[in-house]
Design a protein around this ligand. Structure first.
Ligand code: PPS
Ligand code: ADP
Length: 670
């Protein structure tokens, strides 16, 4: 399970996270296509051969450490040339690709018949044109000392999301700067995202030094400015290298052109930099991927150790339940282990029968992870539809999926300047500091301490698209301090006293569709029959409880959230509540539904075509909206998402209000 910030839409990350020596899974990812490129276009027949070759290659190099890094910068900065040359100079290019490259270079006549390394990388552009989605291209190469996976992310502003995807598993970022231009807005943006994603090592490649005469002063001025930026962003380790990627100066070996420079070449630094995080110090963290129960006598909890280490006999605590036990065995396909450490996939058996399921975390009892359901977090929004606070999404963290909503956008962050800006919603590629609330507690770790247990994605519940990636900053303590107050007269007792089944009858439809008219008739009939009812009408509630809300999408989400909560209180009091709000979004109607018991919520779609509602125009609002005097009017310039499977579908063109109301009453009393 991939757990990095936003990595889940990349096929590679799924396979390659954490298991540095697992040649098979890396190669498998190379073959799987999607956004993964291992030397060759994955859609071509060459790709399979490439995948197998990568497998062979990685197998040979299994014992070496793996460095994952990301390159930030644009083609103009020389990024493509840098990567192309690294691949070439480390001689991990495939012969056929090299031959094709040679032919391409001749055909394009670039670089005086020499190989144009940028073509290696720019080949991806063609793949994009063929409709193959490549957000991030992963390439593999290796030297005698190390093997590498480089995530190459497009540099343009709209690609923030892709960069986050590539950076999620990287330990180091190569930030390219053109020596003639110095730090640009883009450099600041990339560095900010790098820091947001917890990358602590930057190789600042000051490229095109040949064009400034390998001038030491130019290099040093840029380095000084960058160090200031890095310090502000909390990037601890910066190694600056004066470079000419085109000519190869200081790329794989130190160059005579910069006698004043005593540091390593780019490749030397990549080969030797120590990026190990002190994961073992954290204590054991094993997010349970599945419970292995082949027969009565064996019950094992399988997953990849995210942090720390474990030995038989260790005391553990299952989270979020807090139940304790001891490790009995560490089972693997190759036999039992005396110890397992972060990155290893294992199955633990325990001394006691604990009720642990997928999504739980087994932690060392001495240093357990925290458990909470309210967080301060950073979010990177990755969807074309904006984030609306209050809307409920699925939040996937480690192996657990829960329901979550952003309770507050504290501020959004300008990724170019890091300025904090007020915001009520978040658009594609925007980053914000938020508060998030979950429907149940989870085990977690702050992202700066543990990327696996501190990063999550948000998933749209209707479309199932990944809409955001996030990092947990810290827990908000609210959950621990607010408890449910027990009451002696329970809901069932109240319902019995009123001799009715409490319900929430939810009328939804366009303005002027007939919600109020029908709800009113239903109310009258039920009342006459001795029922205890109450009407919550949009127009009315907006005069009081919701008078601070307008008609933007975000305000409508909050409007419905509040009225759903009020309706819930009323059914708890034993009433039949008739809610009559446009409630244009499926997501919020679903949220409302989930507050109630299975047959307590009755969705009534008051179905009137827009033309008819507009013809009726009871309040003259459609005419005003058409005249541009009411912005965000439902059906005109604000969407209405019709229910897909309401309990009742009332077509107002087919029947009169009285007959439709009767159908509702019959349903409720049936
Ligand atoms: N921009 C815009 N769009 C839609 N409706 C508007 C707007 N501005 C004012 N009104 C009036 O507000 C009533 C809808 O409020 P609701 O609270 O039901 O709307 S929503 O559920 O939050 O979408 C709605 O009442 P009904 O006609 O009873 O539906 C309108 O009278
Ligand atoms: N079959 C029908 N059902 C409901 N209302 C109807 C029907 N036919 C005509 N109408 C008229 O349509 C209008 C609906 O307005 P209203 O109930 O205020 O709608 P909403 O509350 O959805 O904005 C009323 O004037 C009502 O008399």
């Amino acid at each position: 399970m991939a757990t990095g910030f936003g990595v889940r839409d990349s096929g590679l990350a799924e396979a390659e996270r954490g298991d540095a020596g697992d040649a098979k899974s890396e190669a498998g990812a190379g073959k799987s296509g999607g956004s993964v490129v291992a030397f060759a276009n994955p859609a071509s027949p060459v790709a399979n051969a490439a995948g197998e070759a990568v497998a062979d290659y990685l197998k040979q190099h299994e014992s070496k450490s793996l460095l994952r890094f990301i390159t930030c910068g644009s083609v103009d900065d020389g990024k493509s040339t840098l990567i192309g040359r690294l691949l070439h100079d480390t001689q991990r290019l495939f012969e056929d690709q090299l031959a094709a490259l040679d032919a391409d270079s001749r055909r394009h006549g670039t670089r005086n018949g020499q190989i144009d390394f940028a073509l290696l990388v720019d080949g991806l552009a063609a793949e994009r044109e063929q409709g193959i989605t490549i957000d991030v291209a992963y390439r593999y190469f290796g030297t005698e000392r190390r093997k590498f996976i480089v995530a190459d992310c497009p540099g343009h502003e709209q690609y923030t999301r892709n960069m986050a995807t590539g950076a999620s598993t990287a330990d180091l970022a190569v930030v390219l700067v053109d020596a003639r231009k110095g730090l640009l807005t883009q450099t600041r943006r990339h560095s900010y995202i790098v820091s947001l994603l917890g990358i602590r090592h930057v190789l600042l490649a000051v490229n095109k030094m040949d064009l400034v005469g390998f001038d030491q002063a130019v290099f040093e001025a840029i380095v000084e400015e960058y160090r200031e930026l890095a310090a502000k962003l909390g990037i601890d380790h910066v190694q600056a290298v004066p470079l000419s990627a085109l000519e190869g100066d200081n790329l794989t070996a130190r160059s005579d052109a910069t006698p004043w420079y005593r540091g390593p070449s780019v490749l030397e630094h990549l080969e030797t930099v120590d990026v190990a995080r002190d994961r073992a110090e954290l204590g054991l963290r094993l997010p349970v991927q599945w419970v292995n129960r082949p027969h009565q006598d064996f019950r094992g909890f399988a997953g990849t150790i995210a942090a720390g280490s474990v030995r038989p006999g260790d005391e553990i605590v299952a989270l979020p339940s807090g139940r304790r036990s001891r490790v009995q065995r560490i089972v693997t396909a190759d036999g039992d282990l005396a110890q397992a450490v972060a990155g290893q996939a294992v199955t633990l058996t325990l001394a006691d029968e604990l009720d642990i399921s997928r999504g739980d975390v087994i932690a060392g009892a001495a240093q357990p992870a925290q458990v909470a359901d309210q967080f301060a977090a950073h979010l990177l929004w990755m969807d074309a539809n904006p984030l609306l606070p209050g809307r409920s999404y699925w939040l996937k963290i480690g192996t657990r999926t829960v329901t979550a909503s952003v309770t507050e956008i504290k501020h959004k962050i300008d990724v170019n300047t890091q300025a904090q800006l007020a915001a009520r919603r978040l658009e594609l590629n925007e980053v914000a500091s938020c508060n998030i609330g979950l429907d149940q507690p989870i085990a977690f770790e702050a992202y700066r301490d543990n990327r696996e247990l501190g990063s999550f994605v948000l998933i749209d519940r209707q479309t199932h698209a990944t809409v955001a990636a996030g990092t947990l900053d810290f827990a908000l303590r609210r959950a621990e301090n607010i408890h449910w107050q027990p009451v002696d007269v329970d809901n069932a007792a109240r319902a019995r006293a009123k001799q009715q089944k409490p319900r929430c009858v939810w009328f939804t439809g366009l303005s002027g569709s007939g919600k109020s008219t029908i709800a009113n008739l239903v109310d009258k009939q039920l009342h006459a029959l001795g029922h205890h009812t109450f009407i919550l009408d949009g127009d009315n509630v907006r005069h009081g409880l919701n008078k601070d809300l307008g008609f933007t999408d975000a305000d409508r989400v909050e409007n419905i959230r509040r009225v759903a909560e009020v309706a819930k209180l009323m059914t708890d009091a034993g009433l039949i509540v008739l809610v009559s709000f446009i409630s244009p979004f499926r997501a919020e109607r679903q949220l409302a539904r989930e507050l109630f018991g299975a047959d307590e919520f009755v969705e009534v779609f008051v179905d009137t075509p827009l033309e008819e509602a507009e013809r009726r125009d009871v309040k003259g609002l459609y005419a005003k909206a058409r005249a541009g005097k009411i912005p965000n009017f439902t059906g005109i310039d604000s969407p209405y998402e019709a229910p897909e499977s309401p309990e009742l579908h009332l077509a107002t063109l087919d029947d009169d209000p009285q007959a439709l109301a009767q159908r509702v009453v019959d349903y409720l009393r049936g």
